[in-house]
Design a protein around this ligand. Sequence first.
Ligand code: FAD
Length: 317
Amino acid sequence: MRVSQLVKTAGTTAFSFEILPPLKGNSIDKVFRDIDRLREFNPRYINITTHSSECVYRDMGGGVYRCGRLRRRPGTVAVAAAVQSKYGIPVVPHILCSGFTKEETEYVLIDLQFLGIYDLLLLRGDKVRHEPAFMPEEGGNAHATDLIAQVNDFNRGIFVDGSPIKQPGTPFSYGVACYPEKHEESPNIESDIYWLKQKVAAGAEYAVTQLFYDNARYFDFVRRVRAEGIDIPIIPGIKPVSKLSQLSVVPRTFKVDIPPALSSELVRCKTDADAARVGVEWCVAQCRELMKAGVPSIHFYSYSAIDSVYDVARQIY
Ligand code: FAD
């Protein structure tokens, strides 16, 4: 069953979470330990993030610096395959425009199809740090809409060079990202919703939100997208605050607000443990309200927050 069906047929609010491939040079054991910890809550699917290469400047001597490309977390396809085969839980690898040519993306699609992995989350990826604006690879996709077009062509049996696929395999299904507090580059929420609508028209079956801490922003966003005729599941993406530093890091990184009621609690915390306790309390209340409103699923961002996600899930599932 595909993700869009899994969330619709779960009966209760489905549970899912994302994991990151290990940093280059590390083993997959930590990924398995994290999944083992959250397995008791019956995850309907697990997302595996993808990380673009970064530009790391190397000192070549004589005042010359050269940008070398480095992927700190390769291995999305392999981790997805390992998780699906070990646990039998559907996996959703993230596919990015950022850092990949169309040919490289095609090779990833071929590998995933061979592995029997047919659910994808299609994303542009963030701009490279230190660059003022997002720059696609030469010969790469510039927006998630372009990536969708490539996957649609692949599903229809057409390679990126226009040649036919001899024996087209099982087609992919996919979801996309959305932003209740607007994507940082979008001039306004209307424009963001316009592009979301294009993605749905092209075939996106559900959307997962950027993390948020104020449910009113999510409810307002859903109201707006429904008014535009978008009827796919809008899955709330949730991350409990688990460290004091996140008070400033989260707004800076994800361009979302921390509501005053939460920030005033957090500024009173003396330790990360205090902040994690406040974060879990807030998140439980947030999830209970979302569940009461009938959201089909809650997707947890678990990076550096596995223990907090566990504590939240124990109270709500
Ligand atoms: P797009 O849909 O391309 O949108 C980017 C901006 O362009 C928006 O302002 C949009 O309104 C506008 N726009 C959209 N389409 C067009 C178009 N055709 N023409 C002109 N403007 C357009 N990042 C990672 O690097 N790895 C991950 O694994 C990852 N996982 C994520 C998971 C979720 C659930 C979410 C919400 C985000 C994730 N991200 C990840 C971050 C994401 O890649 C960034 O937020 C990125 O900046 C935008 O991605 P997008 O797919 O929304 O881009």
